[in-house]
Design a protein around this ligand. Sequence first.
Ligand code: AMP
Length: 251
Amino acid sequence: MKVLVALKHVVDPYVRIRIKSDESNVDLAGLKHSINPFCEIAVEEAVKMKEKGDVSEIVTVSIGGQSIQESLRKSLAMGADRSVHIQTDEPIEPLSVAKILAKIIDEEKPDAVMLGKQSIDGDNNQTPQMLAALLGWPQATFASKIFKEGDSVLVEREVDAGEETLKVSLPCIISTDLRLNEPRNVTLPNLMKAKQKPIDVKSIDDLGVDITARTKLLKVTEPAKRASGIRVSSVDELVEKLKNEAKVVAS
Ligand code: AMP
């Protein structure tokens, strides 16, 4: 089975972000970026499936500026075979990402496409679902376990009532959740080897996709500051305050 993994290069989850003084957006200047955590999990799963013999080839694809090649290189060091970089410096919304991915899928003809369940910068959780709709393919979102079974894939998902197992026929779209695996550390020799693996660069014009935005970011503001706590001198005082002052919601 050939797997295509779509990955996004995002601001590193461990850096503290600031908002621009005019509240027009987050200020990303000079901040460390890395592979979106959910996408890293998707790469790891594809590599594990290749190691088990269920996957024959892994192609990673990312859309963005020159710097996204850092994340593509990381995916190659983790075990992907080759990468496609769709070059654009424009901000790009999920529907456009899905349309571009659909074009690449048309060229690459993978049996399964794996994506993160959401990008941690935009928190959209839209691209996998839109991609499945554009292609008319079955989808299994928020995968917490994936098994190949003949011409299908079994996907376990955590839902409110417990665990659900879906059987999806190939080709399909899978979006990955946090509990699926813990991505491996990339070793220096593998990073060196990854430099020999190809990254094919294409422009949006090559693909003929219209990426005109349909949504406009109006403003970004800091979350409301939490009121500071108070110290109580006894358990009785705590109970009295909980009874009379706290907003306690009974279930
Ligand atoms: P989103 O819908 O933005 O939350 O993104 C969900 C998933 O779509 C991500 O985890 C990626 O797998 C994929 N994706 C989103 N944006 C891009 C991008 N610029 N390049 C490649 N894949 C992307």
